[in-house]
Write a protein that binds this ligand. Structure first.
Ligand SMILES: NC(=O)c1ccc[n+]([C@@H]2O[C@H](COP(=O)([O-])OP(=O)(O)OC[C@H]3O[C@@H](n4cnc5c(N)ncnc54)[C@H](OP(=O)(O)O)[C@@H]3O)[C@@H](O)[C@H]2O)c1
Length: 340
């Protein structure tokens, strides 16, 4: 059967909010789509297409990737390359696409961490897989304690000079290293566009490390990943562990987080969400978006129905002081304050 040519919704920009990323010329949608888990080799291409098209049709024009997203490593980028060919090529200039390098990608001494050799080679591979000439933003995916920070940062600067990325970003840097990195990049006319960190109702590390404030102070946007704590902050686990869930796959989300205290907190939060007329997923996203220091939130979804639910968070992103204090009260016993 010949598939119809993808034609995006003409109303795609009508209901999305766009926020300026730090002190830059770039506005990004408050919800971005992350391809960490649900876009790799095990997911049928039809489902991948349905989710990506649905997102773009709703104004989610920022797609967040990395060299190792899959599983298998690299397959999310390969599938994204298929989407570029099949649907998105005519809309490339409407899209903001990221990739990253910093975690283990290929064997040997040059396929991990933060050397110039790894970053340069990895981005070349990512561009080939995604069938792109350039990415909009390229991240150093984590701080490398063994490589001088100047080497990692200069590689980012040179990647921009080569035209392979338009902007650069940082993810998972300790506060003092992030401060140095922000300074180096700014002094080399390649200011950090986005700092990417895990942040949600339960994981408060960006508050305790000060990174959310430091990003703002240094003129960088802040983009939160795992806003639903990988699905914990949704209705998904309130009545057991569904067979098709991330927790059941036992990879990055383990069942031991579901302690009685956690379950109690989730049930309480779910009731607060219900009183606001929201699902827990929607309230968790709205909670992030009520913070003006948050530029955007990267959602991972395994179905169009989840995306649809998550987009409805935008209908109510304001909270009463009572709601906020109840959320604090319920979540404080299970909050994380350190980088994990
Ligand atoms: N920089 C970094 O180091 C880093 C690290 C991690 C992630 N990230 C980025 O952040 C993105 C998002 O991370 P994440 O996937 O952990 O995000 P998340 O939004 O916290 O979790 C996504 C998972 O939550 C569940 N879910 C989503 N919406 C739902 C809904 N409405 N109702 C019920 N369940 C729902 C789904 O689980 P099921 O699969 O069980 O359905 C989905 O796979 C990644 O794709 C990646 O781009 C970056």
């Amino acid at each position: 059967m010949i598939e119809p040519v993808y034609s995006p919704s003409p109303a795609r920009y009508d209901s999305m909010e766009y926020r300026r990323s730090g002190r830059s010329g770039i506005n990004i949608p408050v919800l971005a789509l992350g391809l960490w888990h649900n876009f790799g080799s095990y997911k049928p291409m039809q489902e991948i297409k349905a989710m990506a098209h649905y997102a773009f049709d709703k104004g989610i024009c920022h797609f967040d990737l990395a060299n190792n997203y899959g599983p298998e490593y690299g397959t999310a980028e390969e599938n994204f390359g298929r989407l570029m060919d099949a649907s998105f090529r005519p809309y490339r200039d409407e899209m903001f696409i990221s990739s990253k390098a910093g975690w283990d990608m290929w064997p040997g001494p040059y396929g991990n961490w933060g050397s110039r050799k790894y970053l340069m080679a990895s981005l070349d591979q990512s561009l080939k897989r995604m069938k792109l000439d350039y990415v909009d933003i390229f991240y150093s995916h984590r701080w490398d304690p063994a490589t001088p920070i100047e080497e990692t940062m200069q590689a980012l600067v040179d990647i921009v000079r080569q035209g392979k990325a338009l902007y650069v970003g940082l993810s998972r840097y300790p506060t003092e290293q992030a401060r140095k990195a922000f300074r180096y990049l700014a002094e080399h006319d390649t200011p950090c566009l986005l700092y990417q960190d895990r942040y949600n109702i339960i994981d408060r590390a960006p508050q305790s490390t000060g990174l959310i404030d430091l990003s703002q102070e240094c003129g960088s946007g802040f983009i939160a990943f795992s806003p639903l704590q990988q699905g914990l902050l949704t209705g998904r686990y309130l009545n057991g562990i569904p067979a098709d869930s991330r927790m059941a796959r036992n990879t990055s989300l383990k069942a031991d987080v579901l302690t009685p205290a956690m379950l109690g907190a989730l049930k309480g939060l779910n009731e607060v969400a219900g009183r606001r007329g929201q699902t827990l997923a929607r309230m968790s996203l709205a909670w992030l978006l009520q913070d003006p220091r948050v530029t955007s939130v990267i959602i991972g979804a395994s179905s169009v129905a989840q995306l649809e639910d998550n987009l409805r968070a935008l209908a109510n992103t304001s909270f009463t002081p009572d709601e906020l204090s109840r959320i604090e009260e319920l979540s404080s016993p299970v909050q994380l304050h350190e980088v994990k």
